[in-house]
Ligand binder design. Sequence first.
Ligand SMILES: [Cu+2]
Length: 154
Amino acid sequence: MDFIKIMKSESHQAMLLTINKFSGEIFMKIITALFSIILFTVFFTSSSIAEETQTIEVILDSYKFVPEKIVVEVNKPVELKLKSVTSIIPHNITIDDPESGIFFNEDVGSGDKGVVSFTPTKTGTYEFYCDKKNIFANHKKKGMVGTLEVVEKK
Ligand SMILES: [Cu+2]
């Protein structure tokens, strides 16, 4: 009799253990699913914000900008990531057209980086240039000029 009782209680415990293990697995699955949903949401929200900003890398060299021509869409934020590749000469990027939301004057030291952010509000073609000049060189006259074209949204 005792033996049967022990057997019964053992199988009961084993069953409880199985139930615990099973609910533990379900719990982990729910947690994993929730975590995936959160990751998914964060990823898509951030990528849609990233899509809104037009990010362009602009290299400042002596005496040129690469690329020379930048095309962006109107009424969408623009971020110019500036990177100087010179070892001595500091440069700059300038546009002054407040009416169209495009105005900045950013110095970039040799080998340095910088960022310029703006939102163009009018389509058109704008000239950007380096405003550095000294007795040796007028950077704009030496060819440190580029074109920003603001076009309608696609
Ligand atoms: Cu310059």
